[in-house]
Design a protein. Structure first.
Ligand code: MTE
Ligand code: MO
Length: 171
């Protein structure tokens, strides 16, 4: 009976998470070989949820969404498992609707390498993110200024700078 209740609450939570602005929106993810995958808002909302709190212009906000690493992995742009070799020379470019773009080293997204989470948020302060900032925005924990917490994210590109060759061949 208690288990049933927990499951019900969990299901209601995920239905709430995909309601609102992000439901009918998507983000494109371009992988190392130029393959483009479109991730629907519902798919992003289905990934494990993480919370990041940021102070923006002196106001505290709580953002919730998927780890950016889980998003690029869900799109097949980054292989599962620990980062090795050529993966450490990959960068993640996140582009916004207004032309703003920010860059991370892939290792910055890796929970085994860097403690502070970077999320693609679809909720701010308990509600879907309004059009002016969303429906998707980054929330980058650990930056001293919120300058890389790009609003209105539309596209993510994983770019390789390695001269070691194919990422998947690394051990
Ligand atoms: N798409 C987009 N995201 C952005 C920016 C921007 O110009 N465009 N400015 C950044 C900066 S400089 C800051 S300080 C934070 C908060 O700024 P805001 O008041 O413009 O939201 O958003 C960041 N995200
Ligand atoms: Mo800023």
């Amino acid at each position: 009976m208690i288990l049933h209740r927990v499951l019900s609450v969990g299901l209601a939570g995920s239905v709430l998470a995909v309601s609102g602005a992000a439901w009918c929106q998507s983000v494109t993810v371009t992988g190392g070989e130029g393959r483009v995958t479109t991730l629907a808002g519902a798919r992003i909302a289905d990934l494990p949820r993480t919370t990041v709190s940021l102070s923006i212009h002196g106001e505290d906000h709580v953002f919730q969404g998927a780890l950016l690493m889980d998003v690029v992995k869900a799109a097949g742009a980054v292989p599962e498992g620990p980062l090795h070799g050529p993966s450490l020379a990959q960068a993640v470019v996140v582009r916004a609707a207004d032309g703003y773009a920010v860059v991370f080293g892939l290792a910055e997204l890796d929970a085994a390498t860097r403690a502070d989470p970077i999320i693609l948020a679809d909720q701010a302060d308990g509600a879907p993110i309004a059009e002016a900032d969303g429906p998707f925005r980054l929330a980058v924990q650990g930056d001293l200024r919120p300058v890389r917490s790009a609003r209105q994210v539309t596209a993510i590109e994983v770019v390789s700078f390695s001269s070691l060759g194919e990422t998947r061949a690394a051990h």
